[in-house]
Design a protein around this ligand. Structure first.
Ligand code: HAM
Length: 442
């Protein structure tokens, strides 16, 4: 029976999501490896949390934020549990902290997908990936500086130069309500001129109006009272210490008094990294801040926290514009094995070379030697190893340099060592002290 006709739309990635194949996936590998390496140099360990959580975990992120109110992917599982796909990375990490109580300070980094039902456009997707880091249990402004420096240096390390750091302080529970009241009253004074939607937004959350990009509101927002003028002494001293610490490390920054990040959990230090290589509407390549009350709100002990998330897709769009994070040479194979014997020795030779630390591939499906040579040429391998009857009788193989075409005969027992010495890619990968065993013979 012929198979049922398929609906081609069902077999495409859902709108707002993307597959990442090579060579683009090699750029992802570069970013993730660079971030992992940098986070580990700063004393962070990897944390992995589930893609879905109980819905309550994200209620703490923001009853007034679109990400939670309108964009969350919510589901009820077959056991009747109310769950949500992670819209952001901080709440799950804090939930894990509250659950496991690792000894503070707890420094954790992650790479994870997030889900938001957004209107998809370039740089804004329904599934996006973040590289992130969180520190739980440290109140010292020096950790704010360290966390910001971790992100700041990452952009530089991957070659992005047009990334600017904006910092602000959201104040604390003593200063924020007074500020919100002053802001509300100022904004409501202008509501008659700006219309009903403006009034509704102000009533719902005056702070959220500050990050609106509506041109007709810009003037009023521009002249609004500023958070940093209403800080409590504690918040102000903390903020000044953060700014001084950034100066001391040479981390260039701009104070952005109207930077209110999109989640309710933020307290005191907040920051964002924007790229001038991106369109203004989606120019944030990362952002974060303090959330000193979140652990307690989730039933844990009072524990200050700070962290950030960096959008992988946006970093790559900025990298395209800046000519950074190049794909680099193909995930180079060292060896392609061409089987002219067909007695199973190709599998054994391939396996032995791989165990000796080399990157090796071969053809399958009993193809002719001529067809295998074609695959070898396309494979990007540096050399081809040809298993032939005559050579096998002498305990040897023919080895062809696929760039120069030169061919030599090498004893099977010395093959792995020979390739290690001749493959430039293999030599590049071997760093002192990590040289793989090369003496084993295939
Ligand atoms: P966020 O600002 O919502 O913060 O996201 C962090 C970064 O993820 C953004 O700066 C942007 O680069 C990227 N991003 C966000 N939404 C999208 C999207 N729809 N499509 C593509 N990229 C996107 C957080 O998520 C907080 N959890 C950050 C944090 C960590 N705060 C404290 N710790």
């Amino acid at each position: 029976m012929p198979p049922e006709p398929v609906n081609p739309d069902a077999y495409r990635a859902p709108i707002g999501t993307h597959d990442v194949l090579a060579p683009e996936s090699r750029r992802w590998q570069t970013l993730v490896a660079a971030f992992a390496d940098r986070a580990e140099r700063f004393g962070f360990d990897l944390v992995v949390t589930p893609v879905f959580e109980h819905r309550e975990v994200f209620q703490r992120v923001g009853a007034t934020t679109d990400v939670v109110r309108k964009e969350m992917y919510e589901l009820t599982d077959r056991g009747g549990r109310d769950l949500a796909l992670r819209p952001e990375g901080t709440a799950p990490v804090v939930r894990a902290y509250v659950q496991h109580r690792p000894v503070p300070p707890w420094k954790a980094w992650y790479v994870a997908p997030n889900f938001r039902y957004e209107r998809p456009q370039k740089g804004r997707y329904r599934q996006h990936w973040q590289l992130g880091a969180e520190v739980l249990g440290v109140d010292d402004p020096e950790i704010d500086v360290e966390v910001i420096a971790l992100a700041h240096g990452f952009y530089r390390e991957v070659g992005l130069e047009r990334v600017e750091l904006l910092v602000n302080s959201m104040g604390d529970e003593t200063s924020r309500p007074a500020y919100a009241a002053a802001l509300r009253s100022y904004l409501l004074d202008h509501a008659p001129a700006l219309g009903e939607e403006f009034r509704e937004r102000v009533e719902a959350s005056p702070l959220r109006v500050l990050d609106s990009k509506r041109p007709e509101w810009a003037d009023v927002i521009e002249r609004a009272p500023q958070l940093t003028e209403h800080l409590s002494d504690d918040s102000r001293i903390h903020f000044e210490a953060v700014l001084a610490g950034l100066d001391a490390l040479g981390v260039a920054h701009t104070i952005a008094p109207r930077l209110v990040r999109g989640f309710d959990y933020y307290t005191r230090t907040t920051f964002e990294f924007v790229s001038s290589a991106l369109d203004a509407a989606q120019n944030a390549v990362g952002g974060g801040g303090r959330y000193d009350r979140l652990a307690e709100e989730m039933g844990g002990p009072p524990t200050p926290g700070i962290g950030f998330g960096i959008g992988i897709e946006r970093v790559l769009i900025a990298a395209d514009a800046e000519g950074a994070v190049e794909v680099g040479p193909r995930g180079r194979l060292d060896v392609f094995v061409v089987d002219g014997v067909g007695d199973g020795s190709a599998a054994r030779v391939t396996d032995a070379l791989r165990r000796a630390g080399l990157r090796v591939d071969r053809a399958f499906g009993g193809r002719s030697v001529k067809a295998q040579w074609k695959v070898a040429d396309r494979s990007g391998a540096e050399v081809a190893v040809m298993l032939g009857r005559d050579e096998a009788a002498r305990g040897a193989v023919a080895v062809k340099d696929l760039t120069t075409g030169e061919q030599v005969e090498v004893a099977l027992a010395a093959l792995a060592t020979w390739v290690h010495e001749h493959s430039t890619a293999a030599r590049r990968r071997v760093t002192p002290g990590t040289a793989p065993e090369t003496g084993s013979s295939p």
